[in-house]
Design a protein around this ligand. Structure first.
Ligand SMILES: Nc1ncnc2c1ncn2[C@@H]1O[C@H](COP(=O)(O)OP(=O)(O)OP(=O)(O)O)[C@@H](O)[C@H]1O
Length: 222
């Protein structure tokens, strides 16, 4: 049996006493690409933040690549190859593109940052042209690519992409789709959220629908 890159069983999250996620079960085999589809407020961000340990949660199982994450503090999860691209880009505007990409490596003391950076530039060559520019000088879509590159620095196994296409112009959306599709051939497991299937339909091999904090798997897209 293929090892699960992500194994969530019976996950509950409540914020200020209000249940937001209810008994979520979601399993991703290694190398799969899945969509998490639901309207605004359905709980997509909350689910990703709970996996990253950024919110208190309760679960029967919360494991990545066979290792339980439930007790691990958020800042150590990156060391386990899990990474999260938040919906807002949160780049540091005064740092260069390259410095932004390297930031998680500095923060987590990743020893192979230069090798990883070379791999990222191979994957997204246009970033090499912009490497010395300040993040703030790029367009919103270009910044999204930088934020994805930054997530790829620690994201060796599992990437959680929160609405990566939101607010991105069509040309850059197509480019983003190409880059995300390539990640799969690199063996990464990806969960990406979207409010509908517009961009994810062509990318994913399984779809999870989320509605008012309840997740169910729907049939495969292809
Ligand atoms: N800090 C918070 N305090 C109170 N309620 C919250 C908080 N964070 C999220 N919620 C509520 O949890 C629910 C899920 O929010 P979440 O951000 O996960 O949804 P989403 O599917 O990612 O939608 P969006 O695309 O709008 O971000 C919403 O009803 C939201 O109001």
């Amino acid at each position: 049996m293929t090892e699960l890159a992500l194994d969530i069983q019976g996950l509950d999250v409540a914020i200020a006493g209000t249940p937001i996620l209810r008994k979520v079960t979601l399993q991703l085999p290694q190398g799969s690409m899945a969509g998490l589809i639901g309207r605004n407020g359905a709980g997509k961000t909350t689910l990703m933040r709970a996996v990253m340990g950024l919110l208190p949660s309760r679960s029967a199982t919360l494991a990545c690549a066979g290792e339980s994450m439930a007790q691990l503090p958020a800042h150590t999860r990156a060391e386990h190859g899990i990474s999260y691209l938040p919906e807002d880009r949160r780049l540091i505007p005064s740092l260069t593109v390259e410095e932004n990409i390297l930031l998680p490596a500095w923060a987590n003391g990743l020893g192979d940052a230069r090798r990883r950076l070379a791999w990222i530039y191979e994957l997204i060559p246009e970033l090499l042209e912009h490497r010395e520019r300040k993040a703030l000088q790029l367009s919103g879509g270009q910044q999204k690519l930088v934020a994805l590159a930054r997530a790829l620095m620690p994201g060796r196994k599992l990437l959680l992409l929160d609405e990566p296409f939101e607010g991105v112009a069509p040309v850059l959306s197509r480019r983003l789709t190409e880059v995300i599709a390539k990640l799969r051939t690199e063996g990464l497991t990806v969960l990406l959220s979207e409010s509908d299937d517009k961009h994810s339909a062509d990318l994913v091999d399984r779809i999870f629908r989320i509605e008012r904090g309840v997740v169910r798997e729907s049939s495969a897209t292809h």
